[in-house]
Design a binder for this molecule. Sequence first.
Ligand code: BTN
Length: 260
Amino acid sequence: RFSVDRPFRDRTARMMLDLVVLDTVDSTNVEARRRAEADAPDGTLIQALTQTQGRGRRGRRWESPEGNLYMSLILRPDCSVAAGLGVTFVSAIAMCDTLAAIVPPMVDVAAKWPNDVLINGRKVAGILLESASGSSGRLKWLVVGLGVNIQSFPKSTEYPATSLNFEGAVNTSPTEVLGGFARYFKRWFDIWGDEGFTAIREAWLQRAAGVGEMVEVRLPDKIFTGRFLDLDESGSLIIELENGERRAVTTGDVFPSELI
Ligand code: BTN
């Protein structure tokens, strides 16, 4: 449980970010992995203006033309791989808060399990977490990759996409989004370290789209529908099936019933 395995013991250990900006790269996540293996320090943040092989979850491509934000953060939290998954939710909360401060008032910004951010119900940002651990099961490094559609978005995705510009946030630059994210991420990362996953779970649920509503869960080998009830203490989605049975979902994609 995240709340037991706290990522940090020392409250004074505040994070410093060290920004590296690249013109183009295969993938900022791959670059971050290379640098993490070559001992890049905790807090190294790699941004690229374009990516030639941007990667999404579950082996998907992430289209990466100029004008959007592509960045990957190297972290070295002193915790287990399972507890490290909490960083996904820390990042999603931080990205929700960043984008909510940028879009016009009344525009709905929400989190979608496991690690997407939606504006007006369409995907504007995705998060890809990668890690390596030692024989002790502790994390050696963790890379949080974030892609944010600012000027453009892909038109033929399984889940409908959007961009900040399309939703009315004109003249937003990747640097502005990166700066906002860095500030909110530090804030929520400290809360995670101080209070454990319990506080993160609550904050994520407050921002989550469709709590209590019907969703379709698509796993690699099956599809089922149910009611989105909760997020548990390990970050799994709790779905109530039609027969009342509860199922914890640890992987897969979730679609609200109106999109099915
Ligand atoms: C997803 O929603 O499938 C996750 C998308 C993550 C995309 C970002 S863009 C920056 C970083 N580099 C990558 O190759 N992927 C992540």
